[in-house]
Every structure is written in C-alpha cells, then in structure tokens.
Design a protein around this ligand. Sequence first.
Ligand code: IPM
Ligand code: MN
Length: 366
Amino acid sequence: MKLAVIGGDGTGPEVISEALKALKALSQRFNFEFKYDELNYNGTRYLATQQLLSDEELDNLKTYDAILLGAIGHTDVKPGILEKEILLKMRFGLDQYINLRPIKLYDTVESPLKHGTSESIDYVVVRENTGGLYTGVGSFDKKDTKDEVAVQQMIYTRHQVERCIRFAFDYAVNRHRDEAWKGLSQQDIDAGYRAQVTLCGKTNVLTYVFDLWERVFYEVAKEYPSVKANYVHVDAVCIYMVDDPGRFDVIVTSNMFGDIITDLGAITQGGLGVAPGANINPEGVSMFEPIGGTAPDFTGKNQINPIAAVGAGQLLLAHLGYTEAALCLENAIKGVIIQMSSQVAAKMGFSTTEIGDLIVEAIHSS
Ligand code: IPM
Ligand code: MN
C-alpha cells in the first residue's frame, strides 16, 4: 500500500500522524507493505511560496493507491482560496464523485440526542461530490452598487446524478448482504426489501435540479427491487436526523445539502472528533479525511481527538480491500472509545497521542 499523506493545516498533521501509527501497526499485524509520502500541500506553504496545488502535483497524486488528508484551511488566508484550489481541486480533478459519510454512534459516545443509541444512529450519507452549487459557476452584475446581483448556479448533469444514485443503491445492497436493515417494517420485509435508500432533495422549490434527481432516482431504483426507495425534502431530513434517525439507512443527496446534513449528522454521532469521510472515485484514486476542519484554537496542543482521522484510515482500508485490517481497526476504535469513556469519568481527558497509542495497543493485542 502506497499512500499520499497530506497533513494539511491546523490540527490536521497531528491527527494524521495518529492515523499513520495505526496503519503502520496494522501493516505489521496483517503483513502488508505500507509506504507513504508526506506532501506539504497546505496553507503554510501557500503563505510562504504562493503555491496552491499545481496540475503536475494533482497528476502525481494519481500514482498512489489512496490519499490520506488531515484538513485544509489557514486563519491567515482568506476563506475560499485553499478550499477551492487544494481540497476541491483534488475532489474535482481526481473525479472523486462520491463523498461517503457514515453517521454512526459508537457505544458510550455521548450524543446530544437524548434518545440516540448505537442502533438508531447508524446510517450513511452518500453526498454527490463534483457538481451542484460547488461547480463555482456564477457571476456578479453591477458589483458594489446598490443594484448588485449575484448568481451562483446549481448545475447537475444526468451523468453526475445517475452515477451517484447508482453508487448509493449498490452501497445499500452491500451494506445488507448478510443481514437486512433493522429499520424495515414487517410489511417491507414481506415485500422483499432488505435495505433502503432515501433521496434527500427539495423538489418543491428547486424544480429543475431535483426534478432531474427524482426522475433518475426512481429509474435506477427499478433495478434494485430489494432496496426500498423513498424521498424526503432536505428540511424534513433535518427534523428526522434529530427526532427519528433510526428511519435512515442510506441517504443520497446533492453536494450542498450533503455538506450541511453531514455536519448535523456528525454532531449527533458525538462530534467532529469522531466523524470520518471518504471522497471516492470508484475507478480512480480516492481520498480519506476526518470531516472536522483545522481546529486552529487547538493546534499544537496535543488535545484534539484523532479518532475521526483513524476512522478515515479504516474507511481507506475497507475501500482498498484490506477487509480484515479494516475490521480490526474498527474494533480497536470501538474498544478504545469504551476504555476512554470509563476513564474520562474518573480523570482528565486523553491527549491526541495517548489515544493513538491506545489504538495501536488494541491492534497488537487483538
Ligand atoms: C467539507 C468541508 C468543505 C466542503 C469545505 C472546506 C470546502 O466543509 O468537507 O464538508 O464544503 O465540502
Ligand atoms: Mn462541510
């Protein structure tokens, strides 16, 4: 396994170094070769050299099995520059058209949802990752006058929509290969369903883009008779994510809605410190990252929770087919979370590196 490792800015490098510790331990435990190159595509380099991410550097990323990314963003750089020219350039340039974000509450992790359990908060958001409002197409008219008009276009091609929806259905089928989804009613089970995909849109207002999404969704759904397909408006999705998350299995949605609802989801699963995500190009090079940002206030303090970055490592292993190692890492994460919760009550919190060490220990003793 050969990875491109981009620690990035803020606490990115600290949490990624814990993820690397875990991957190294797994490579010893499961006997696979593990190599990586650390690349300094970040805000610090930009401030020093004005370099963002060149086309050559982007091309070079295609020579790796996968990319592990910490976080991009710098307090001294105007918002939008690094995000657009480094993070989004990778997502778009490597055609990572799926942003997969599991929303999973592990046992003993505290959720702000009073009735949230590890049974009910266990679903996946498949966020479209290369189109919509993120394409950057738009304009100003009469800029800086009182008649100014700003336009930002939500653009989707059928191709983009279809490949994303198809991925969501395939994912739902694979997720429930062994056991049908527990949220199904007896009636659904009798009807032959094993899984569910929910389209999250806004067909009542965005009558072009989500009309396209909805038509393609039900067309593709016909090819997956064992997957229940339903539609929920994005605002109602937010209500249910808080009030009744157990009704979701796989949610598929546009780029912008996916960005918003996955932050809500991350909070319900215990916060950005535990939420990983995967930017996937099923035919190319994928990128794995903790979904929380650079956390500048915590930088260099050895305080930030690296579990999300370690979880990104788990998604990476699973994606590359290191199934056993991925499972081992998930169990290590679960175990360490329980270990932490029993001790957090008694004493102070754990440091970034202590948590990484516990994960490594759990890997070696499994
Ligand atoms: C995310 C982030 C990015 C996004 C930003 C940093 C461009 O919020 O990964 O969710 O909007 O996609
Ligand atoms: Mn976001």
